[in-house]
Design a binder for this molecule. Sequence first.
Ligand SMILES: [Ca+2]
Length: 183
Amino acid sequence: MLRAPGALDQPSLITKQVVRIGAKRGDFRVLLAAWDFDGRDLTRRWTFVKAEGTSFHQLRIVDVDQDGRDDIADGNYVVDSDGTLRYVVEGAVHGGRFHIGDLDPSRRGLEGYAIQQTEGGVFTGFPWYYYDAATGERLITGARCRSTATSSATGARSTSPRPPTTPRCGCSPRTSRPALPRR
Ligand SMILES: [Ca+2]
């Protein structure tokens, strides 16, 4: 279970529970719940069930539409502060980590960046994506390298304060490691 505090229209606790359903690979059920705290007891405000598919190994509470109420962001979908589905990122499947913030200050609103996960030789359609956090529209979609399927945030590294404008390969370059001192 993942837990995080949020400010929906008062302080609340957000919980995320994930259970595997059946034996089919990739089938999970996600239960999100918002709990209000009155200083003594928790009262469930709403629940949201994502009945199938997958999610990320992370949860972020962020006001994606900047209306003053926190929303609940998973890596491939967002639930509004009232517990209704806001969007699903088209084609996004599963990953470990994602980030949401004002990644491009010159662009209005917030943006997200997510890295998808490859497991057991099962590849996602694209290794990473950069998206509009309010709508889920993919703005840049990472391309997969031909030589390796390992995805990494270094695929989007840029020396420019602006994010890359063209798809980049999702693999990281090989780097040499310093030799360990001999004893
Ligand atoms: Ca909001």
